[in-house]
Design a protein around this ligand. Structure first.
Ligand SMILES: Cc1cc2nc3c(=O)[nH]c(=O)nc-3n(C[C@H](O)[C@H](O)[C@H](O)COP(=O)(O)OP(=O)(O)OC[C@H]3O[C@@H](n4cnc5c(N)ncnc54)[C@H](O)[C@@H]3O)c2cc1C
Length: 306
């Protein structure tokens, strides 16, 4: 760390309640990741804005983390300030009822599972696809999380984004968002979203959630440390998991990083895998699949850090 960074970090730690050299494996479902120089868990938007302003004035880079369920953090960790949004979770309520729809306002740090339960409690349909997807609403929107039966882009009515330069909260209409498969092309920090759901039959909605969850638990290694599906499915043809399985890679292992025997598109951390182990395994999977099928698998999980 140079002198300028040292001074900047001291200023930030004097003004805010920050954790220093905090191991990021504690904040990711992969249970992998070196330290964040500084880590903050802001409790509301006011605190978030103050943090962003100070960090920007001091030239300290900021990285966002929601539930940490779609990221692979490097072994050296993340330089600068990591902001974990999961305590920005005070608000979820119905704000508007239109003819055949209800608009739900939800803060970015609210767990997706809580939104699913909210939908069941209020007899709302449209988000059943998200049954069993971990993480926060902000992360789910950034990743355009989903399954074959739907994704966040289907239900996002609008997002509220904190512009890191001006510190203004900007509302962006859903139809103006540049969503693609497991991706949203949008700078800034999502602080809240409006989701469009439709009134429906509560028993039917609850049953669909239950069936989706049973199906997920039966076919994916949900109780192991992972970041979900590691590779994106190719645009056409066989899904990534099938390609990996048919290449004979189930159970392939580098130290504690292993291709799941339950679902081949999951790389699991059996105990104490490092980011290096996972990246090496990833490379070998890509190479083997390419040799057999001439398909280059692309990573869905985001690798972040030094
Ligand atoms: C067991 C398991 C099952 C899964 N199943 C599925 C599935 O069925 N379908 C699917 O699509 N995914 C699945 N995932 C992946 C993951 O759960 C989703 O992508 C999830 O929506 C990510 O949310 P998160 O809050 O954890 O995001 P994070 O992993 O914390 O962040 C993801 C990215 O978004 C950025 N980000 C986070 N919050 C914000 C914000 N507020 N503003 C701006 N940027 C932000 C981060 O910097 C990072 O680049 C699964 C993961 C696991 C571990």
């Amino acid at each position: 760390m140079n002198k300028k960074e040292n001074t900047a970090y001291s200023t930030l730690t004097q003004k805010f309640n920050l954790l220093k050299n905090e191991p990021l494996k504690r904040y990711t479902s992969f249970k992998i990741g070196g330290p964040a120089d500084l880590l903050a868990l802001p409790k509301d938007q006011t605190e978030l804005k103050k943090l962003i302003k100070q960090a920007s004035d001091l030239d300290v880079p900021v990285t966002l983390l929601g539930g940490g369920t779609n990221v692979l953090i490097t072994d050296k960790g993340i330089r600068g300030l990591v902001i974990v949004t999961r305590q920005l979770n005070a608000n979820i309520h119905i704000i508007e009822t239109q003819l055949n729809e209800k608009i739900i306002f939800v803060e970015a740090g609210v767990r997706l599972s809580k939104v699913c339960q909210f939908a069941i409690n209020h007899s709302l349909t449209g988000i059943e696809f998200a049954a069993g997807i971990p993480g926060t609403v902000g992360g789910a929107i950034m990743m355009n999380a989903g399954t074959e039966s739907g994704s966040m882009s289907d239900i996002v009515n609008a997002i509220e984004v904190l512009n890191q330069k001006t510190l203004a909260i900007e509302t962006i209409d859903g139809k103006d968002l540049d969503f693609s498969y497991r991706h949203l092309n949008q700078p800034g920090i999502i602080v809240a979203a409006k989701l469009t759901l439709t009134p429906g039959d509560q028993n039917k909605i609850e049953e669909t959630f239950k069936q989706n969850l049973i199906q997920k638990n039966a076919t994916q290694p949900v109780s192991f440390a992972s970041a979900g599906c590691f590779f994106k499915n190719p645009v056409s043809g066989k899904p990534a998991g099938e390609l990996i399985e048919k290449t004979g890679l189930k159970g392939m292992r580098i130290n504690d990083a292993m291709v799941s025997r339950i679902h081949a598109n999951y790389i699991i951390n059996v105990n104490a895998a490092s980011c290096e182990d996972v990246l090496l395994l990833k490379q070998q999977i890509q190479q083997a699949v390419f040799e057999k099928y001439h398909i280059q698998l692309e990573t869905e999980v985001r690798v972040q850090g030094e």
